[in-house]
Design a protein around this ligand. Structure first.
Ligand SMILES: NC(=O)c1ccc[n+]([C@@H]2O[C@H](COP(=O)([O-])OP(=O)(O)OC[C@H]3O[C@@H](n4cnc5c(N)ncnc54)[C@H](O)[C@@H]3O)[C@@H](O)[C@H]2O)c1
Length: 269
């Protein structure tokens, strides 16, 4: 009997960390998704040039209808093994509602949708950020961050960010860490795991755009990094690969910081 293909699904598959993850999983059955079909096709074509095979479908992660199409595509094309959720935007996007929807509401909609496909051994890896760790725990907003689909969640968080899109990004990223804690029991009941990964400054299109907007701050962060450099997308992809593997079989409901050690120094700045 032929064994079913075990699919690795990567959102933000055309982005910096998404592409590096696709390369790390080059021998697996890869399903890429990103905002537009043009981006997805380009990413698949680029991988093909390196001898890597992937299939894909466009999905705007803020559209529940698109997410339904994505999960159907995944079900129609093998057995779900892992969701690697890298799609996101930074504070360089100034539309606060959009940042919240893309970086916090959409991750939970995806977590819920892929839970339906999850079975024993499935894994969800959700890309957060070291900046999520700069937002301290608080009973004033953690409930809202843990329930981003609830009415009034965004309005609650807006009170704490002083209109700053960068600050909202940080809050949303704290929210994704809380989501992995919240969903671990449910995923665990199926023998499945859910983990967040918090990158430091990574040299991808997103990282480079942020560096352009805040060059002095970025230089300061680099200087404050114990390992003395910015991260590369592969630094994250290698950790994601480990987390999806059976070697990480007892890790769930937590967050792994991959930042060259800088976040503790940032908190003191
Ligand atoms: N690069 C960094 O320095 C850094 C640092 C910390 C955390 N992160 C996080 O890592 C993840 C990946 O970042 P990256 O550096 O690869 O960014 P990137 O900009 O290279 O890639 C992000 C991808 O997300 C896609 N995307 C954006 N909105 C979408 C939507 N509505 N629907 C579907 N796709 C959408 C984009 O098209 C893009 O391909 C993000 O969640 C980011 O917040 C990055």
């Amino acid at each position: 009997m032929a064994t079913q293909k075990q699919s690795i699904v990567i959102t933000g598959g055309a982005g910096g960390i998404g592409t590096a993850c696709a390369k790390a999983f080059k021998d697996e059955h890869l399903i890429l998704t990103d905002y537009s079909q043009k981006d997805v096709d380009r990413a698949i074509e680029d991988l093909k040039k390196e001898g890597i095979t992937a299939i894909g479908i466009a999905c705007d992660i803020t559209s529940k209808e698109d997410i339904e199409k994505l999960t159907k595509f995944v079900s129609d094309n093998g057995t779900f093994k892992a969701l690697i959720h890298t799609a996101g935007v930074s504070g360089t996007m100034k539309d606060l509602q959009k940042i919240y929807d893309i970086d916090l509401v959409a991750p939970e909609v995806l977590i819920d949708a892929f839970y339906e496909l999850a079975t024993q051994g499935s894994v969800a890896v959700i890309l957060s950020s070291m900046m999520g760790h700069t937002v301290p725990p608080s009973e004033n907003y953690d409930e809202a961050l843990s329930n981003p689909q609830a009415q009034g969640s965004f309005e609650t968080i807006k009170k704490f960010i002083d209109g700053s899109s960068d600050m909202l990004y940080n809050f949303a990223k704290r929210g994704t860490i809380l989501l992995t804690q919240k969903h671990a029991n449910k995923w665990g009941s199926k023998g499945a795991r859910i983990v967040a990964v918090s990158p430091g400054v990574i040299e991808t299109p997103m990282g480079l755009k942020a560096a352009e907007e805040h060059p002095e701050r970025m230089e300061m962060i680099k200087k404050a990094t114990p390992l003395g450099r910015n991260g590369q997308p592969e630094d994250i992809a290698d950790v994601v690969y480990f987390l999806v593997s059976d070697k990480a079989r007892f890790i769930t409901g937590t967050d792994i910081i991959v930042d060259g050690g800088v976040v503790n120094n940032i908190k003191k700045m």
